[in-house]
Design a protein around this ligand. Structure first.
Ligand code: HSE
Length: 434
């Protein structure tokens, strides 16, 4: 049988890795796919020194690939929203299948892209968009298809996890670690996407859609980054038996779905609390399988290429099947997507870590306890540290039981209004994940 011809758009870290893996493992991949896979064209603005492309034709224009009649599958690895959307829609328009690693594209334009792909009877595969080399989309979409998924929680941004790990283990400064992550090639082109949680929210949006069968709704995800975390909170969390991780959480509730990305205290003995450095992990809780955990490299040249090439193999295997029988993009049949709403963060429920800086006066602790109890907030543990020399204030650290966020917002406003409380109350959500 003739080989399937693919075109790679973008020859950066992931594009170079994809070319290299396709070339190095060509024989093994052909044995799995049932046909050879040939890179017939590459679109790149500049060569990649880590990738020896030999005689493969190269163009500077990505649309040459989308319009090339020889090409069966377009691999979009240019990143970003606008041009990537145009490229993918053009490829689909031309009847080509698409494989992409672009989480921003899928999270924001996925509904439109999938509708167009269904109209044209082509596949759009995006395993590499979430957690790099971990086949978590396949695991949820296919491996867990018997389950009603209750919740999932993941460390899905390697850069953020690397920063938190280095801050905790080595006491390094935030900026310093970020620079190293950029040099290692993990950080996004715009690193605020990593540190402000946007990248994680893109990935969480995708995971939630395939877990619950809901349209992609990135605009409704609550997103909070790690840039305001202090080493004081990292250390207090440690003293309370927790680790702070930047977590994406999606949870099914009776009134809607929670979709939130924020720093989170997790009990230190949970496996996921011990996922360090640039590694990613996603925990999925289904009613039949219980909790399962997927761990591995969430970024990097060949780890991400592993997911891209696996998608190419899936597309090649499915080339002869009737489009109606392809695995649905969002796991559920398109006419069966749920319109159950995404909840605003105020309606989400969590436990909370609160740090209050108070003047060292009698009765302050009683006032704090009264404010919480009046709002039905149950305190799980409390720790009061000695007066800090530099400002004469007492740090008070509380962990609450689970409660709806709106009540905590109200309590924080009341606490900050107390004469003996100085500055803002630090609030970090807590998840037991059990
Ligand atoms: N910037 C991302 C991360 C790359 O750090 O996880 C992989 O999506």
């Amino acid at each position: 049988m003739k080989p399937v011809k693919v075109g790679i758009c973008g020859l950066g870290t992931v594009g170079g890795g994809t070319f290299n893996v396709l070339k190095r493992n060509a024989e093994e991949i052909a044995r799995r796919a049932g046909r050879g896979i040939e890179v017939a064209q590459i679109a790149a603005r500049r060569p990649n020194p880590k990738c020896e492309t030999g005689a493969t034709p190269i163009t500077a224009d990505i649309f040459d690939v989308a319009n090339n009649p020889e090409i069966d599958i377009v691999i979009e690895l240019i990143g970003g929203y606008t041009q990537a959307r145009e490229l993918v829609l053009k490829a689909i328009e031309n009847g080509k299948h698409v494989v992409t690693a672009n989480k921003a594209l899928i999270a924001v334009h996925g509904n439109e892209i999938f509708a167009k792909a269904r109209e044209k009877g082509v596949m759009v595969a995006f395993e590499a968009a979430v957690a790099g080399g971990i086949p978590v989309i396949k695991a949820i979409r296919e491996g867990l298809s018997a389950n009603r998924i209750n919740w999932l929680a993941g460390i899905i941004n390697g850069t953020g996890n690397f920063i938190l790990t280095e801050m905790r283990e080595k006491g390094r400064a935030f900026e310093d670690v970020l620079k190293e992550a950029q040099a290692l090639g993990y950080a996004e082109a715009d690193p605020t996407f990593d540190v402000e949680g946007i990248d994680a929210a893109h990935k969480l949006t995708i995971l939630a859609s395939i877990a619950f069968g809901i349209p992609l709704q990135f605009d409704k995800a609550y997103t909070e980054g790690i840039s305001k975390l202090t080493s004081a909170d990292v250390n207090y969390a440690e003293a309370l038996g927790y680790r702070i991780k930047h977590l994406g959480v999606a949870r099914r509730t009776d009134s809607g779905f929670e979709l939130r990305v924020h720093p989170t205290l997790i009990p230190a003995d949970r496996l996921i609390a011990n996922v360090n450095g640039v590694m990613n992990a996603v925990m999925v809780n289904g009613d039949a399988a219980g909790s399962t955990l997927y761990y591995g490299a969430g970024a990097g040249m060949e780890a991400t290429a592993s997911a891209v090439v696996a998608d190419v193999v899936d597309v090649v295997r499915a080339l002869t099947t009737d489009p109606e029988n392809h695995v649905p993009h969002l796991a559920f049949q398109p006419h069966s997507l749920s319109d159950h709403p995404i909840l605003p963060i105020e309606a989400c429920e969590s436990a909370y870590y609160l740090r209050i800086q108070a003047k060292d006066h009698p009765g302050v602790l009683a006032q704090v306890a009264t404010i919480l109890s009046e709002r039905g907030i149950n305190i799980e543990s409390i720790m009061q540290k000695e007066v800090e020399e530099q400002d004469g204030l007492v740090p008070m650290i509380l962990v609450t039981h689970r409660v709806v966020e709106a009540r905590v917002n109200d309590a924080i406003a009341a606490l900050e209004a107390l004469e003996d409380v100085v500055g803002s109350v630090v609030r970090i959500r807590v998840e037991q994940l059990n």
